[in-house]
Design a protein around this ligand. Structure first.
Ligand SMILES: C[S@@+](CC[C@H](N)C(=O)[O-])C[C@H]1O[C@@H](n2cnc3c(N)ncnc32)[C@H](O)[C@@H]1O
Length: 256
């Protein structure tokens, strides 16, 4: 998705965004539903011109949908992946409403890199299961401090209820059957997408660096909805509950 010059200026960032979206949708066909509800709740709780932190932003998926719906919003994207951040920075290169920060969310000082001390909303999707429960609980405390009073945090992610093993197994089998079907029809999975990035003249170097940082994928936990809601309250949120769920995923909202 880069012209023969191999320069960032010749890269089709929109094409990379779209191929990232298709790859993520292979795992989550209802991915856009969670973003729609997330932005509905942003509007309901902090209005149509929020200052947002797009946490573990990847290519800036949430930021793109936020600005398309709320042109007066501003966004800070934070992530550690140099390749996904290259795509994010390329996509929003001339947009003054957006800035990106490279940081490891497990670093206790990551918040000091942010351009603002306070946000109206912290939004994240399909990312915090890359962290183990202990660093995630610490991160929840930092997010509570970053939000203004009345500010909102939303996390859309895989949240597993270990007390329902037969339901979980049936849901997983159904989901994987659909994925196999989509794969037979040409869907690109995580590994194949990264192979494409590694072959791109602009993304090859940051892709090599991201594999040094993470390997194929970081190792984390997928605690239950109840765990997330309880820990968020313990860390300073006044209210916390799901506002959307699918058979495998939940969008959890916490209000400060
Ligand atoms: C599957 S991607 C999701 C990206 C984006 N939120 C989306 O929905 O498309 C997971 C993201 O979490 C980021 N991430 C995981 N662990 C991180 C950490 N410790 N610090 C910063 N970012 C992290 C990864 O780099 C990656 O961009």
């Amino acid at each position: 998705m880069t012209t023969t010059t191999g320069s960032a200026a010749g890269t089709d960032w929109r094409a990379w965004q779209e191929s990232w979206d298709r790859q993520q949708e292979w795992y989550m066909p209802d991915r856009e539903d969670r973003f729609r509800v997330m932005l509905d709740m942003v509007e309901a709780l902090v209005g149509p011109a929020p200052r947002v932190l797009d946490l573990a932003c990847g290519t800036g998926t949430i930021t793109a949908r936020l600005l398309a719906r709320f042109p007066e919003a501003t966004s800070t994207g934070v992530d550690l992946d140099p390749a996904l951040l290259t795509i994010a920075r390329g996509t929003f290169r001339s947009d003054e409403r957006v800035s990106f920060v490279t940081a490891d969310l497990k670093d206790p000082d990551w918040v000091t890199r942010l351009p603002y001390e306070s946000y109206d909303a912290v939004l994240t999707a399909t990312a915090l299961h890359w962290l183990h429960s202990e660093p995630l609980a610490a991160l929840y405390g930092q997010i509570a401090e970053l939000l203004r009073d009345g500010g909102v945090f939303m996390n859309a992610d895989h949240m597993i209820d270990e007390t329902t093993p037969r339901i979980n197994a049936a849901e997983r089998a159904r989901r994987h059957a659909h994925m196999d079907e989509a794969k037979a029809n040409g869907a690109v999975d995580w590994g194949e997408w990264w192979q494409l990035a590694a072959q791109d003249p602009v993304l090859a170097e940051p892709t090599a660096r991201r594999f040094e940082i993470y390997g194929e994928h970081a190792d984390g936990d997928m605690p239950s909805v109840q765990w997330h809601a309880r820990v968020l309250r313990e860390k300073g949120f006044a209210e916390a509950r799901p506002v959307w769920c699918s058979p495998s995923d939940t969008l959890l909202l916490a209000l400060k």
